[in-house]
Design a protein around this ligand. Structure first.
Ligand SMILES: Nc1ncnc2c1ncn2[C@@H]1O[C@H](COP(=O)(O)OP(=O)(O)OP(=O)(O)O)[C@@H](O)[C@H]1O
Ligand SMILES: [Mg+2]
Length: 482
């Protein structure tokens, strides 16, 4: 998996460089970006290549060599321009007009075999005009954490960016939140778009409705193509964005994921999840669980995520109202709660084994499950993983056999709420034919991976990397999500 320095292959023989790059964003003109150069690194060691997403680009993993990744995504050869995108954002409630790609750039855009346009964005590729006091770099641990989050979230059904590659770059970095000096990396993120809510906020700040209109037309043409020929495409776009964001935050909540930094510069205009910094998965169901140590007022705690996303959508109305009627914006946002609750209910029922959200007892089961998880404070991920692993047709026989064999049960004891949960689950199973138990078992396995990404798990794969440069536990963990 790792590779040191290698000779320089030609562009034509490198499948990553001979992809058909499109210049969709570049062709909007240089009001939206600055052309920048990549850092020249002292070392390039490929630590991660995401073979699972290569087919989406029409590539077979066997035809792409490790050195192809290094030359394209570590040495940054044979391609340009590299565009540091300009954006602002509300950070912890304060407007910040000094943002922009400060340690990354848009490397290129490629259309997948699904017809969708994908961004290749870097993280940790050096300083830009937006670096302010920063070094433009990404720590190796930061790269490892982003690879892991994206793969785990993808496995859990969250619409997310993925990492295409992560290369160790041989620098020593100083960070206040990691033992320093610490190792460096550069990552390529493949996502639907790096246009953020904050990209529009900047245009409003600059009083440039003409640029807002041009960008919005581009966003609709490229990322909401089904709307582009509608008379009221702008109102429909906002309504659709509200739906996508409401569903995204429901996906995080069901996955037990706390993003940690839901500033408007970390919200994608496509409604996709990205930027995995100080995130954490909840150890147990706790609405106040806060992932970032610097989030003193719990602004972005687990349970606040739906209302913060609603607020961010409301803040976006400010730039959009130059183009879209206020009444349409209000109407669009008014649907947020409905979309959120529907998606959350559907996803939680799937985690409980039921694909069909019309399940008559669905609301009762959801309420009781959440109450149980909250009151017992058992491991959120282990509960569902145990269900998936031990599910048996015998659970139909009597309520006392439900969850029988689950490791987690002894820690629950015989609380009333758990007994009630078992009674209800037993009753629901008996509303199905015995032949349908196989489907329930498959649904449980599909939505509840055995692996999880709780903090001690991440530390357990990081330690071997630090102590003996042993990357196998990292590869094994990622494999558990793919
Ligand atoms: N080490 C750094 N050097 C320079 N700029 C940085 C550094 N870390 C963060 N920034 C900048 O600070 C701002 C907020 O950072 P944040 O961590 O949200 O984004 P990011 O992780 O760098 O990038 P992305 O949002 O694409 O994942 C951005 O403008 C970012 O470019
Ligand atoms: Mg960011």
């Amino acid at each position: 998996m790792t590779l040191a320095e290698t000779p320089n292959p030609t562009t034509s023989s490198n499948p990553l460089l001979s992809l058909k790059y499109e210049s969709a964003l570049e062709s909007l003109g240089n009001d939206y970006y600055d052309e920048v150069a990549a850092e020249e690194f002292p070392q390039h060691i490929l630590r991660w290549r995401n073979n699972a997403i290569l087919p989406r680009l029409g590539l077979e993993a066997t035809t792409v060599k490790d050195e192809d990744f290094i030359h394209a995504f570590g040495k940054f050869q044979s391609r340009k321009p590299f565009l540091a995108l300009r954006y602002h954002g509300y950070q912890f409630g304060e407007y910040n007009p000094h943002l922009g790609d400060g340690r990354g750039f848009l490397y290129g855009q490629v259309r997948g075999i699904d017809g969708e346009l994908y961004d290749f964005g870097t993280k940790g590729s050096g300083r830009t005009p937006y670096s302010r006091g920063g070094d433009g770099m990404l720590t190796l641990k930061g790269g490892v954490r982003e690879v892991l989050a994206a793969e785990a979230l993808h496995r859990l059904g969250v619409k997310t960016s993925r990492c295409l590659s992560m290369i160790e770059t041989g620098l020593s970095l100083w960070r206040g939140d990691e033992p320093s000096p610490t190792r460096s990396s550069v990552m390529i993120r493949m996502s639907k778009s790096h246009i953020r809510f904050g990209t529009f906020e900047r245009l409003h700040y600059l009083k440039r409705p003409d640029l807002t209109q041009k960008l919005l037309d581009h966003v609709i043409d490229e990322y909401y193509p089904n709307l582009k020929n509608e008379d009221d495409k702008y109102a429909l776009f906002y309504a659709e964005l509200v739906k996508r964001v409401a569903e995204l935050v429901a996906q995080w909540m069901a996955a037990g994921f706390c993003h940690a930094v839901l500033n408007t510069d970390n919200m994608s205009i496509t409604g996709e999840s990205f930027d995995y910094g100080p995130y954490a998965f909840i150890p147990s169901y706790d609405l106040y669980f806060t992932a970032a140590y610097f989030d003193y007022y719990r602004r972005y705690c687990y349970g606040q995520q739906p209302s913060i996303c609603h607020l961010n959508l409301e803040l976006l109305q400010e730039p959009l109202k130059a183009i879209i009627d206020l009444a349409d914006l209000h109407h669009g946002l008014g649907k947020f709660a409905e979309y959120y609750h529907l998606e959350y209910r559907n996803l939680m029922l799937k985690k409980l084994g039921f694909e069909d959200s019309n399940l008559a007892e669905g609301d009762d089961l959801l309420d009781l499950t959440v109450t149980f998880l909250k009151d017992s404070q058992i491991n959120y991920h282990q509960f569902f993983a145990d269900m998936a692993q031990t599910f048996s047709i015998k659970w139909r026989d009597e309520p006392g056999l439900v969850m029988n064999g689950c490791e987690i049960v002894p820690s629950v004891g015989s609380s009333n709420i758990f007994d009630n949960w078992c009674l209800l689950y037993h009753k629901i199973l008996n509303n199905f034919d015995p032949e349908q138990m196989q489907t329930i078992s498959q649904t449980l396995a599909k939505y509840n991976p055995q692996a999880n990404l709780l903090r001690p798990v991440i530390e357990s794969i990081w330690q071997p990397i630090v102590e003996s440069d042993n990357w196998q536990p990292f590869y094994d963990l990622v494999k558990g999500f793919q």
